[in-house]
Design a binder for this molecule. Sequence first.
Ligand code: HDD
Length: 751
Amino acid sequence: GQQLAAQMPFNPNKAGEHGSAATTPQPGATHAPSIPAATASTSTETIASAKVGSGVPPVGVDPIAGPLDRVRADASGQRLTTNQGVPIADNQNSLKIGLRGPTALEDFILREKITHFDHERIPERVVHARGSAAHGYFEAYQDCSELTRAAPLAQAGKRTPVFARFSTVVGERGSADTVRDVRGFAVKFYTDEGNWDIVGNNMPVFFIQDAIKFPDLVHAVKPESHHQMPQASSAHDTYWDFASLMPETTHMLMWQMSDRAIPRSYRTMQGFGVHTFRLVNAAGESRFCKFHWNPVQGTHSLVWDEAAKIIGADPDFHRRDLWEAIEAGEFPQWELCLQVFTEEQAAAFEFDVLDATKLVPEEMAPLMPVGKMVLNRNPDNFFAETEQVAFCSAHVVPGIDFSNDPLLQGRNHSYLDTQISRLGGPNFHEIPINSPIAPVHNNQRDGIHRQAIHRGRVNYEPNSLGGGCPFQAGMQGFTSFPERSAEDKVRGKPEMFADHYSQARMFWNSQTAPEQAHIAAAFRFELTRVQTPAVRERVVATLVNVNPVLAAAVAHGLGIDVPAPLPLATNRPIPEFKPSAALSLLARPGNTGIHTRKVAILVAAGVDGVGVRAIYASLLADGAVPRVVGTHLGKVKTADGGSLDVEISLEAGPSVLYDAVVVPDGEMAVNAMSGDANALDFVRQQYRHCKPIMVVGAGAALLQAAGVPATLPDGSADTALVSADSEALPKALAAFKQALAGHRSFARETD
Ligand code: HDD
């Protein structure tokens, strides 16, 4: 047994690929454990095999860390080498013929280094180029085998490693995070039956019904081809020209113009698989299913003026937020919910479940929570993991199958295809982040950058020379659901696909008043940027079919009369859907209180230091992230003769980077800030962006100096504006925290 163990390949899941030599470290090599020592198993083998097929690995252990350890590099204590392992004596000077002479072609060290550098970049994704990702696990709540054979849902408590990537769609790799855009929400499950990807978005519907329109959609929304403007924005003529000529976009436009397109954080977005998929159980029975991810943190979005300002203040706002939350141990979580319905139910719906511009209201098919995803580890290397990860809607495992949604069918081709050029050949599944934990054995061979070293001469099937291996798995393997079909081969779409407005109307009717106002403002903003009057008018003519109030508000903003509605494309009776409360962002406040909410405490010389410390400690104790913000870094003298350290300046940490503000007591400090444009802007913007504000004692004077109203526009009390004198601090803090947990006070809005 021991001898066998010694011969075991380093990665037990790739028996055919890695010889025992890989298990012998180079003399002097150190190996940094990727998981905390307290929970780490002793070897990669134990971690990986603890996962594969065995259900629940020890708490805190991330099984994918094991297989990835094989390729993790740690240079601590190591000498510098070339890619051939040759030690480099001098990395500062190239080889020259005389100190002032020409550089020798012989300098292989120089040439290797420059050549590698010259090829460091790969093409960015054609869409979803900008993204951020994290590792974690999915844990099943229950055994779902009655519905599906899918491995991650096989038993309660079973954990499957995941890697999730969130992205914007339109912007280039270096563009800003808080642009108005759809967000990608892609999750790769490394299941013990192969990789399963749910490649979704933060909105449950899509712009188009058929994949054949995707290149047109993307060409129209990307920067215009003659001058490459605008970056990361849909507010331009070509996009709205296309959208207004394709009324099937209407429902998605409503979502795209809603606050969903400016999330506060990746952690506060829902995710959706969008399409109708199939669940298939071991008996071969199938039901339709839509996938939903609901954030435990609740949903929360920015307001537009704030989002636009964050683009300048911190273009990495979402990336930083995700990274910092995970580093701080505030692991974001989402519940995976299945929305299951039978083919018979689907046939009775007043829309076609194969139409990706339609959603299934939760009232028609309830959500069933089946597990949670926890993201608990940041990547070690952005390029190796976040950039090289390859998601694909066709990556399904036994128990999951496709529907005939023509958008999905086209996607199933597109992802692998695009990745062949993005990742440089057909072997990108061997890149560690893409490589399954489940063993891979087939007769695919060769190609650029092949890593596996296949032994033996058998690379075909059937064979007898290899004992028939690898053999077909039969009913153990993936089997497609045998859907019956006897139809003509045609180009076209079902009549039901022609209703473009009923669900757009349902979405509008399901929004609260502030959310509706934001949608109208977003249309106004985008169409104001559009230069072609006919395009603007056509969009408003579309909106008349959704809601006359919306159309009138947008027309007013554009200074035009409300046009006649666009003609309807169908004579079928248009269904009327009841409003669905679940479609409002405000329906999911979350249950994480004030955890991770960023609170600025404004200070200047003469501030009440005791008060600041008490507020800081109290916010910290409840999981918030307080920051002492002052005019400049360094120490600030407090009223009691002590001092406080300023953590960030008003310039570097402006209002939009904080969820709330506290103006502490201290007359001298407040007087100084009342004459400081940055401090005045800070409280004005906190107010305008509807964020909780707490003033203590003399702090109230800063609001007066900034012209911040003491009551709501209708004259009633503003519960998110908490005023305290120092004695009543605990009570005021409680009210402030309550307002902070409730996010924003939209009743203030006058935008
Ligand atoms: Fe797509 C990337 C989501 C329609 C073709 N898509 C991509 C990503 C997400 C989505 C999240 C980024 C994955 C990552 O993080 O690497 N796409 C969607 C959703 C769609 C959708 C939810 C509709 C329901 N996509 C769609 C269609 C096509 C594509 C109809 C083509 C026919 N998508 C691609 C792509 C990308 C991509 C060109 C670019 C980079 C990549 O795949 O790897 O293949």
